[in-house]
Structures are given as C-alpha cells and as structure tokens.
Ligand binder design. Structure first.
Ligand SMILES: [Zn+2]
Length: 207
C-alpha cells in the first residue's frame, strides 16, 4: 500500500466510525503505517470531516515528521506499532459501551471482558485494562508498548479501546467486535451467563 492509498483508507474508516456514532466530537484517532512513516489523524479534528491532505505523519518513535500536528494520542499508535511489527494499523475510539466498561470498578484488569462469543475470542482474545492516565500523558507509552506485545487490543481505564490489526480493515473489525461484546456484557450484567470455556476460547485466540 502506498501513502495515498493509506490516506484514503483512513478517511473512509474515519467517516464510517463517525456516521455510525462509534466516535463523537473530536474524539478518536486512526493510523496506518507505510514503511517507516505512520499516517495518523491530526489533533482536534472530527473524524466526520477530516480530509486526506489534513492527516499528520509521525515516525515509529512517535516524532512528528510531516503535515498537521498529530493527535495527542498518536504516541500510543507508535508504541503499539513498535510492539507489533506485523500490525500496520491502529484504531482508537471512545465508543460508548467499551468506554462504559472501562469505568467499572469490579473487573479483572488482566482480562476485562469474558469471551461471550466466538468472534470476540477470535478477534480480541484477552483484553487487559490499563490504569488511568490523563489524555496525552506519555506515562502510558511504556505500559501500552509492553502490553501490546501480547494483546492486539487494550482498554484504557475511564477512556476507551485501542486496537491494532494487520490491516486497517482488520483493526476496525476487531474494534467493532470489542464494542459489541462490551454492549452484550453490560446487557447481561447481573444475569447468570455462560461464556466460552477457557479451552473453547484458547482454541480461537489470535496471537
Ligand atoms: Zn482517547
């Protein structure tokens, strides 16, 4: 994929997230890596209106190298792409149900959501909940990089999900699966549920 194609893909995905209310206001950011360059949505932009020529470029160290100022959360994209060389894309949103789960007190920080469905087990696997940091606080960088080695999705406490993929389409797919599973989890709270067994889930787990 060349950079023009990556930019077009980011804009199409951004519109798709925004029009389906998976992001709101100027929240959410997306990135695609093309060689050593990471194309990422700019700071303060709405995913509903951002254009291909307005995107930012950072390097794998998270340094701004071209275009508009990157999202304040772009350093997280770089950290995750460093941790997962096979990944080429990262999507982060404040989607309602995932964000709601990130605010719950009584959850397992090592594995926030049970494998309620086979698709969650296949696309996400285990989902760690990272501790709270203020938006843009680079204290999250090292922790996110470490956790991303073993997880393609992370949930940021009192914030939202950040998901990587071998392609932007795969990252979007996984983020949407996470959001739908968070919705199921909240719908089922207080009811006796039967998630997949550890063995059933392990057989489907992504790397
Ligand atoms: Zn955010």
């Amino acid at each position: 994929m060349n950079e023009a194609e990556a930019r077009a893909e980011i804009v199409a995905a951004a519109r798709s997230l925004f029009t389906r209310s998976l992001t709101h206001g100027s929240t959410g950011n997306l990135s695609v890596r093309v060689g050593e360059r990471i194309i990422v949505t700019p700071t303060g932009s709405s995913l509903g209106v951002v254009e291909a020529h307005e995107l930012s470029v950072i390097d794998l160290a998270g340094r701004h190298i071209d275009g508009a100022a990157p999202s304040k959360e772009a350093f997280l994209h770089a950290a995750i792409l460093r941790a997962r060389p096979e990944a080429t894309a990262v999507v982060h949103t404040h989607s309602t149900h995932s964000a709601a789960v990130s605010c719950l007190a009584d959850v397992d920080d090592d594995n926030v959501l049970p494998p309620l469905t086979a698709y969650f087990a296949m696309r996400i696997g285990t989902l760690p909940l990272l501790p709270y940091f203020a938006p843009g606080d680079s204290g999250l960088e090292e922790l996110a990089e470490r956790k991303a080695h073993d997880h393609l999705a992370l949930l940021l406490r009192n914030h939202g999900p950040i998901v990587s993929g071998r392609s932007l389409a795969a990252a979007m797919d996984a983020l949407e699966e996470l959001e739908e599973t968070a919705k199921l989890f909240l719908l089922l709270r207080g009811q006796s549920t039967r998630p997949l067994s550890p063995d059933e889930a392990a057989r489907l787990a992504p790397r």
